[in-house]
Design a protein around this ligand. Structure first.
Ligand code: SF4
Length: 289
């Protein structure tokens, strides 16, 4: 099997895991004597048409963060900013190296989440990535293992990555809006509060400055709000299907894998969001899919 055919078949498997497809494609597009896909059917691989480089018009720049302006928009809060003009800690974080960042996060007490963590989870992956995926915060398993996105939601994210031909850690970096596990009064995982996200935002900002990704995918509302600001009452559904901006970096918002495990019918929507992100990535001149 040729490398191209191998890639098609591999992606088909992960799209199948995402519950997407099949659709009809030309028989000769998948030639395999190893994988018994149906003779005339392959799994849907939505086309990612070439797009022009995103252009932010004056009109778009003037648009509010969450209006319905089409395509690329520049939310007012998108540019990296320090958590507070008098936040000296944030100013110091903004100058940190990776090593300093890791040490600072490991011993951070900027918010109350430090009290219950076993360990902070800064992130993991390629430190020169094309793609940055941002979730909300570590859960119980991540807190125990010190890795982002492990457990069932992590496995689903791995499948989403592989559908983009992005093995975990290769040309991608995984991070969260907060680096310590938010624990509810019942002892279970919970989303971070707005204050906790704000306290941790300088670390995310510094990570992005060091990573310089070509595209960012915000997984869920907490990540979207941390990156873009805006109305906390906004639904993820209202943020999807647009290319937002963090500074000059395109940001696409989609559902968190944990949500997709609860609402598997929305996996197809999430795949469309990833295709939109792939378009933004392609427009950067480094097409991956
Ligand atoms: S969540 Fe972030 S700000 Fe809060 S203690 Fe952990 S590293 Fe510090």
């Amino acid at each position: 099997m040729t490398p191209a055919a191998t890639g098609v078949v591999r992606r088909a498997r992960f799209l199948q895991a995402l519950g997407i497809g099949p659709v009809w494609v030309p028989r000769q597009s998948v030639v395999s004597d190893e994988v018994p896909l149906p003779a005339t059917v392959a799994i849907a691989v939505p086309a990612v048409p070439p797009v022009a480089a995103p252009v932010v018009s004056k009109q778009d720049k003037a648009a509010s963060a969450w209006d319905d302006a089409p395509a690329v928009r520049a939310p007012a809060a998108a540019a990296p900013v320090l958590a507070s003009p008098v936040d000296e800690g944030a100013a110091a974080i903004a100058r940190m190296s990776w090593q300093e960042l890791e040490l600072a996060v490991a011993s951070c007490t900027r918010c109350a989440l430090c009290k219950n963590r076993k360990q902070a989870v800064l992130g993991a992956g390629d430190q020169k990535p094309g793609w940055l995926f941002v979730g909300e915060g570590p859960g119980h398993v991540e807190d125990q293992q010190g890795e982002p996105f492990v457990g069932p939601a992590g496995k689903l994210l791995d499948n989403m990555l592989l559908a983009l031909d992005l093995p975990r850690g290769e040309n991608n970096y995984l991070a969260n809006a907060v680096k310590c596990r938010p624990v509810g009064a019942d002892g279970k995982d919970r989303p971070p509060s707005a204050d906790e996200s704000a306290a941790c935002r300088p670390y995310l900002e510094r990570q992005i400055a060091l990573l310089q990704p070509a595209v960012i995918v915000a997984l869920g509302k907490v990540a979207a709000l941390s990156l873009l600001g805006g109305d906390p009452k906004i639904a993820v559904a209202a943020l999807r299907e647009h290319t937002h901006r963090y500074g000059s970096i395109p940001v696409v918002v989609t559902y968190h894998p944990a949500y997709l495990l609860r609402k598997p019918l929305d996996k197809a929507k999430s795949w469309r969001d990833l295709c939109l992100a792939a378009q933004a990535y392609a427009s950067d001149g480094t097409l991956a899919v």
